[in-house]
Write a protein that binds this ligand. Structure first.
Ligand SMILES: CC(C)(COP(=O)(O)OP(=O)(O)OC[C@H]1O[C@@H](n2cnc3c(N)ncnc32)[C@H](O)[C@@H]1OP(=O)(O)O)[C@@H](O)C(=O)NCCC(=O)NCCS
Length: 245
């Protein structure tokens, strides 16, 4: 362990699962970052690609948590990860947490993402590969009435931007999709990367109302957003930052 003070703001990192696997190979692979239970849990995925994404997302979660807490690679598998569902209070599912930091993870089609902030802050991360098509009920499930009016027909990217921003906010609140995304309206311009953060309006859900979401740079073909309430800055980490210690 080192004595580095945790950064005051929030951080995030997005990486292709295969790149994280390659970077961890000299230190024993992705499994060397995980708890035995997480390594076992990956076996439930039938597709190799899904298994890799699961392993990479949880390895990245532990590496970012260790970095946040001033630990090195070697301590990552020993961190205690707990869960709590903000909807029903269960500790068997819901948002994962590590004492001393606030964290959120996401994975989609070969890419994984983790965001972290100071303990006690609300942090949510979401990444999505932009698909070729969306199911017919997408707009009604995801967009508020005003957002539906503003969406151009066939604009898949705009719809995925709404989706990731809302998922980031809902994950920051710890509620996930137990709150229908269409019940949250995002104030601001979701088409503009340089706008101030989008602000969630959802009076029926006080844990969500007022949370913000920022789009962050993602690999080509993906869209990603972070919701980090109560922090002043959002910094992009690199794999070198995580693997240095
Ligand atoms: C969590 C959820 C938002 C995942 O969305 P997704 O786009 O399919 O997947 P992502 O890769 O972006 O995120 C998955 C991760 O979100 C995290 N997560 C799970 N529940 C969460 C919650 N309530 N809040 C924040 N994060 C959550 C987990 O880390 C999960 O990965 P893991 O299960 O391997 O640990 C969605 O599946 C969901 O909300 N499920 C729970 C619905 C619910 O709460 N039902 C009521 C239960 S009482």
């Amino acid at each position: 362990m080192n004595n580095r003070n945790p950064p005051a703001g929030s951080v995030f990192l997005i990486v292709h699962s295969a790149d994280l696997e390659a970077a961890c190979a000299p230190a024993g692979g992705l499994a060397a970052c995980l708890s035995p239970a997480e390594a076992r849990s990956a076996r439930r995925f039938a597709r190799t690609a899904d298994r890799l994404d699961y392993l990479a997302s949880h390895a990245l979660f532990r590496l970012v948590a260790a970095h946040r807490l001033g630990h090195g690679f070697a301590e990552a598998p020993q961190l205690e990860v707990s869960r709590r569902c903000a909807g029903c209070g269960s500790t068997g599912h819901g948002k994962p947490a590590v004492a001393g930091a606030s964290l959120s993870l996401s994975r989609s089609k070969g890419a994984v993402m983790v965001a972290a902030g100071p303990e006690g802050t609300q942090v949510g991360a979401d990444i999505e590969g932009i698909p070729d098509a969306l199911h017919s009920g997408f707009d009604h499930y995801v967009a508020s009435a005003a957002e539906r009016e503003a969406l151009a027909p066939g604009d898949i990217s705009a719809r995925i931007r709404l989706w990731v921003a809302k998922e980031a906010v809902l994950k920051a609140a710890g509620l996930g999709l137990s709150v229908p995304p269409a019940g949250v309206h995002l104030a601001g311009n979701p088409a503009d990367d340089n706008h101030p953060a989008l602000r969630a309006e959802s009076p029926a859900h006080p844990q969500v109302h007022g949370l913000t979401a920022d789009f962050v740079p993602a690999p080509p073909g993906y869209t990603a957003a972070v919701s980090a309430a109560g922090t002043t800055s959002l910094t992009r980490l690199t794999l070198a930052d995580l693997l240095a210690a």
